[in-house]
Unconditional design. Structure first.
Length: 269
């Protein structure tokens, strides 16, 4: 479908968007995006000046990592550097490979997604797409995953809750845990093939995250992406908690359950 004249004008107006104030977004504004965001797969192919600068997005957007001592680089690649036919820009995430580096990438990348979408850009995690040979590593770090980015072709918006195709909270909660607004932020997080591989246990002052045991060959094949998914879900809990004025720290010691691998506890206060 060709892009409409009205949309072209909107996109032209976007070109004056000031991305330098992204780190100044309030916690509430960022959390609101949890309920509006969506994966965008059709882009206008208009240049985004802010992405043309050679910047590390995690640094320039002031993103908080899950684990501080894992080296990470978040670079913007051009279409030809990824053989990407969807969008003119692609974000490439590079990381040191250490315990929880995949969760860390999900955690960082999802905060980047929410931040960019709050400014009118579209994004989509792209697990199947790898950078071309010369871009498979940066600063000695291997590429982990990519995410398309650009101005959406149509001004898509998503309505909460009906626009979200997700499991019910009862399907992700274990041991009599009851839903609340932090769990809701986790429930509607994006995941590879929308599998939502998380199980959550709510205790008095913490939330335990478990990665569901892979149930079939496909889930085994995409197990790395499922670890990224858990990091994404943790980012949603973290962003919502901040908006609610709650401090969160993450603790990685805990026991597996019969149908899930323990990943971490998000401890309140
Ligand atoms: C780790 C990860 C990898 C993904 N890989 C792809 C992909 O390769 N191609 C694609 O079109 N969408 C991909 N997606 C997007 C998901 O399909 C999408 O998030 C999910 O269906 C939920 O839809 P929503 O993001 O619009 O809420 C990926 C998402 C995640 C989190």
């Amino acid at each position: 479908m060709p892009i409409s004249k009205k949309r072209l004008e909107e996109i032209k107006a976007f070109k004056n968007t000031d991305f330098s104030d992204c780190p100044e977004l309030t916690d509430e504004q960022l959390a609101q995006m949890i309920f509006k965001r969506q994966s965008v797969r059709a882009y206008s192919r208009t240049s985004v000046d802010f992405l043309d600068n050679d910047i590390d997005l995690a640094v320039s957007l002031g993103i908080q990592p899950l684990i501080k001592d894992i080296r990470v680089k978040v670079k913007v690649l051009r279409k030809a550097e990824v053989s990407n036919n969807r969008s003119d820009y692609c974000i490439a995430f590079y990381s040191e490979e250490k315990p929880y580096h995949l969760e860390n990438i999900g955690f960082i990348g999802q905060q980047i997604e929410l931040t960019l979408q709050s400014k009118g850009l579209g994004t989509c995690w792209w697990g199947m797409k790898k950078p071309k040979k010369n871009f498979k590593s940066a600063d000695g770090l291997n590429s982990i995953i990519t995410m398309t980015v650009g101005y959406p072709k149509t001004p898509e918006t998503r309505k909460y809750p009906d626009g979200f195709k997700r499991k019910n909270s009862a399907d992700i909660l274990i041991k009599d845990s009851k839903p609340d607004n932090l769990i809701e932020a986790v429930r509607i997080a994006p995941s590879a093939i929308n599998l939502q591989p998380w199980l959550i246990e709510k205790n008095d002052n913490s939330y335990n995250f478990y990665l569901k045991t892979p149930g079939n060959l496909l889930e085994k094949m995409i197990n790395d992406m499922r670890h990224i998914d858990i990091g994404i879900a943790m980012a949603h809990l973290f962003v919502q908690a901040k908006a609610d004025g709650i401090n969160i720290s993450f603790n990685f010691e805990g026991a597996d359950i019969t149908n899930g691998k323990f990943i971490c506890s998000a401890v309140l206060g």
